[in-house]
Design a protein around this ligand. Structure first.
Ligand code: HEM
Length: 138
């Protein structure tokens, strides 16, 4: 009986380890999936009358590329982020909590469209939310 329990515990432990040996980036589906999510996100922004005006005059290809890098970095994909700091890039926009939350909703829509399971969505959002204070009211 003790042997059986030990065996079950070992299996559970190994399983636990296995599920954490992958990075969030690879669990999301790697480069191709992150590109898809970011493309969907840009489309969401393009159709959003509240958020779109913020991007007037922005280089959307740059935004796409830098956001892909950033998502790769925060999800353990091993990329280096080469964009500007979150303080710098959002300076002068006076982003409110309402606008921030609305933008997060657009990202959720984008991930839903890419079929990203909600637990993975939450893990990515938790990483991005760490930078929230660097964007609000700048
Ligand atoms: C989870 C939240 C957010 C993340 C992770 C994020 C991330 C980024 C990144 C990586 C860039 C590109 C930086 C670069 O070009 O060097 C960027 C640019 C930009 N973001 Fe955000 N952002 C967020 C929220 C917001 C919100 C709430 C707004 C406005 C309502 C906003 C408006 C912009 C605009 C307009 C640009 C382009 C700036 C330019 O053209 O130079 N962002 N953001």
């Amino acid at each position: 009986m003790v042997k059986l329990l030990t065996g079950i515990c070992t299996l559970l432990l190994l399983n636990g380890c296995a599920s954490h040996s992958q990075t969030l980036y690879s669990e999301l589906g790697g480069k191709q999936k992150v590109e898809e999510i970011v493309n969907n996100f840009v489309t969401e922004i393009e159709y959003d009358p509240v958020i779109l005006p913020y991007f007037e005059g922005s280089d959307i290809d740059r935004f796409r590329a830098k956001l892909e890098e950033q998502i790769c970095m925060v999800s353990g994909g091993g990329c280096s982020y080469t964009g500007d700091t979150m303080e710098q890039v959002h300076a002068g926009m006076n982003i409110t909590e309402t606008h921030f939350n609305h933008t997060v909703d657009l990202l959720i829509n984008a991930m839903d469209k890419s079929g990203v399971p909600h637990p993975l969505q939450n893990r990515l959002l938790a990483e991005l939310a760490k930078m929230r204070g660097q964007m609000l009211y700048r």
